[in-house]
Design a protein around this ligand. Structure first.
Ligand code: ADP
Ligand code: MG
Length: 694
């Protein structure tokens, strides 16, 4: 028998792309045309159709998310090993991955601490030198090996005196049956699971290829050109074979590329179908308006729309007046002035006699929206309704005319209903899941949709996650803004930081101080807002300091925000509840303590709370004991104010899932495609899909 030490390395099962396509767009087969029981395509057969896989192994394979022949064939190797040439043990280098092969000449287990701890060790000899392989506290491992066994090991030496690898991956060389599969060639190492070694999976994949390799179909429609490089790609069947058993390790990458293309094509196709369905099924409500409200609104605003805002507004108006419901993403860096654009879209809708719903991620932001709209729309006789978890109130003059309803996710609760819903606006949309967005849209009959975000979306994500939305960008901030300087400081400099803040307060400005936590914790050195509030108050006296965090009651939150907005408090000590949307132009300093605890997107959003007025602003990132990753983040923050650059850096540093946030369940499940590295492939697939007749 053989073992792999990479037990439990299973990836969680993922839903296939097809599962994500709404039923409505799968081709429906009329009952009369049904043929008697068409044969099941080979790829959909249960894995037990593969010779040598019985019900027991099928159960183990389930743990790896493998149910069908197709799943097994698409079980992506973690890596490949070139077993045509092993590294002589004499030549292994410290910290460099080594693949060696030799015979066990000695083995044994040492127990210590009364037997509660142990180390098993064997010594491998390949004729050039000896390699010590050790496993700590895995005493059962000893039963897998015996002196005299021939074993392949893979790992990074952690010592050279003598050469030693702790917890290497291993595979025994077996005499006989499938040895040609496991030796003298490039072999795949698949994710394995307890009871099912990489070696066993390799054999199963090989048998599946033997039996069903000729029945691997090209996807329909056929979009990927098959043929010789540079323009042609391997067929899907060739690609799957080479994914597992490439002639050279490099060939596996081109095979992966082909499979990634299939995923991107399926994704682009899904997006295009969704779009087409919208165009066919939905008749847009006429919400272009007639200017009778917009005109007085713009006249009363106190500033002129920027060119960028006016251009975006024209794009939105064309949609609102068009035949197909608007599906538009409004992008614009923090402070670029998206709110007023959305307010204009709401007015156009109201002009036509339709109602509007605005959803924002926090009560604070929903409250700010309601206050703004009341100030702007109240004089025009439009009712503004605020609905959050804790509140439901309507203000404004005419309760029977069109209304704008503002709220948090309370808006999508089952009981919430909307009449004559013409437009849905979702602010800070990256804070919501796609499901919440859809739930609000479904409250009406194909209303127009405007989603807003300040998180600039790198192109690959825009194409894949938001591919069904048109994009408008407010690409320049209003003129006359002071610039924002960013500084990184250690906690030793805090006294100086407070001194600096005081000077700003004395000049009439205001400041935010942000902490990562609400409460103290024994396990965590991170400063907590409730305790630091006292210290900051002392440091700032006699200037008034306010406190704001998520655990306060809605009324207390409102009071704290109102006091800061009106200037009654000069400093607002807060958690990240103020991260998005909050707009107080007189605030010019943002101090962020434990800045190492925040991600780039979050830091950029927080920094966006200042620099909203004419005065020069400052963002001070306070951090000690920085890890490499957090140092890198803070350095990037200090270097650039450009949200797009930051987002690209974030994608590089953290990956797509993190960037979009946990709530953003819209991320496609890709097994082979990589949203960071495969932009060219994604664009290629999109091009093919766009050129298709549908
Ligand atoms: P964001 O895009 O981050 O949501 P806001 O809509 O909150 O930004 O706008 C930021 C600030 O800029 C607000 O105080 C807003 O009133 C102001 N503002 C918006 N448009 C203009 C403009 N054209 N000229 C001057 N100030 C503007
Ligand atoms: Mg905003």
């Amino acid at each position: 028998m053989s073992v792999d030490s990479n037990h439990g390395d299973a990836r969680p099962p993922r839903a296939g792309l097809r599962d994500r396509i709404p039923d409505a767009i799968l081709p429906a087969v009329p009952p009369t045309q049904r043929t008697p029981e068409p044969p099941v395509p080979a790829m959909d057969l249960p894995v037990t159709a593969v010779p040598g896989i019985g019900p027991e192994r099928a159960v183990l394979l389930q743990r790896l998310g493998i149910a069908t022949v197709g799943d097994l064939l698409l079980h992506r190797p973690r890596r490949h090993e070139d077993r045509r040439a092993f590294l002589p043990i004499r030549g292994v280098k410290l910290g460099e991955p080594a693949l060696a092969c030799g015979r066990i000449i000695a083995a044994g287990t040492n127990r210590f601490r009364g037997g509660s701890r142990s180390v098993y060790e064997f010594i491998l000899d390949d004729g050039t030198a000896r390699l010590h392989c050790r496993w700590w506290n895995l005493p059962f491992i000893e039963k897998f090996f015996a002196v005299g066994d021939e074993v392949m090991v893979f790992g990074k030496p952690n010592s050279l005196r003598p050469p030693t690898i702790d917890h290497p991956e291993t595979e025994k060389v077996e005499a006989g049956d499938e040895a040609p599969l496991h030796l003298n060639r490039v072999v795949p190492v698949h994710p394995a699971t307890e009871g099912l070694s990489a070696r066993a999976i390799r054999a199963m994949v090989s048998r599946a290829l033997e039996r069903f390799g000729a029945e691997i179909p090209e996807p329909t429609p056929r979009l990927v050109p098959v043929g010789a490089a540079p323009d042609g790609w391997p067929s899907r069947a060739e690609a799957i074979r080479a994914l597992h058993f490439p002639a050279e390790i490099a060939d596996a990458e081109r095979a992966r590329g082909r499979l990634a293309l299939d995923e991107f094509a399926a994704l682009s196709l899904e997006i295009r179908r969704r779009r087409r369905n919208l165009e066919r099924q939905a008749k847009a409500m006429p919400c272009g308006g007639d200017n009778h409200l917009i005109r007085p609104f713009l006249a009363s605003l106190g500033f002129r729309l920027t060119d960028a805002q006016a251009r975006v507004l024209r794009e939105i108006r064309a949609d609102l007046a068009g035949a197909v419901p608007m599906r538009r993403l409004l992008q614009g860096d923090v402070g670029s002035g998206k709110t007023v654009v959305a307010a204009c879209a709401a007015l156009m809708t109201v002009e036509g006699g339709w109602n509007v719903a605005v959803m924002a991620p926090t009560e604070i932001l929903a409250g700010q929206w309601a206050a703004n709209l009341l100030r702007w729309f109240g004089p025009l006789g439009i009712a503004i309704e605020l609905r959050t978890g804790s509140k439901r109130e309507t203000s404004g003059t005419d309760a029977t005319g069109p209304r704008v309803t503002v709220g948090t996710h309370a808006l999508v609760q089952r009981a919430a209903t909307f009449d004559r819903l013409g437009l849905v606006v979702i602010d800070e949309q990256h804070k919501f899941g796609v499901a919440q967005r859809e739930a609000l849209v479904r409250k009406g009959w194909y209303p127009h949709l405007l989603v807003m975000t300040a998180t600039p979306i790198p192109r690959t994500l825009a194409l894949s996650v938001y591919g069904d939305l048109d994009v408008s960008v407010v690409d320049a901030p209003p003129a006359g803004r002071g610039r924002i300087r960013t500084h990184v400081r250690g906690t030793k400099a805090l006294a100086k930081v407070w001194e600096f803040v005081r000077r700003e307060l004395e000049a009439g400005r205001q400041a935010y101080v942000v902490y990562a936590r609400v409460d103290e914790s024994e396990h965590d050195e991170t400063k907590a807002v409730t305790r630091e509030f006292g210290r900051v108050s002392t440091a700032m006296a006699p200037h008034a300091v306010g406190l704001l965090h998520g655990q306060l009651h809605a009324r207390e939150k409102d009071a704290a925000m109102d006091a800061f907005r009106s200037g009654a408090t000069k400093v607002l000590v807060a958690t990240t509840v103020i991260e998005v949307g909050v707009d107080v132009p007189n605030a010019t300093v943002m101090v962020i303590e434990n800045a190492e605890r925040f991600g780039l997107a979050q830091l950029h959003q927080l920094r966006g709370r200042v620099g909203r007025g004419a005065h020069e602003s400052h963002c001070i990132l306070v951090a000690d004991e920085k890890t490499e990753a957090s140092k890198e983040r803070l350095k990037i923050m200090a270097e650039t104010n450009d949200g797009f650059e930051l987002a690209e850096a974030d994608l590089r540093l953290r990956g797509a899932g993190e960037l979009l946030g946990k709530a953003q369940s819209g991320l496609p499940s890709l097994k082979f495609g990589d949203l960071q590295g495969d932009r060219a492939l994604l664009e290629l697939a999109r091009g093919w899909v766009a050129g298709m007749k549908m």
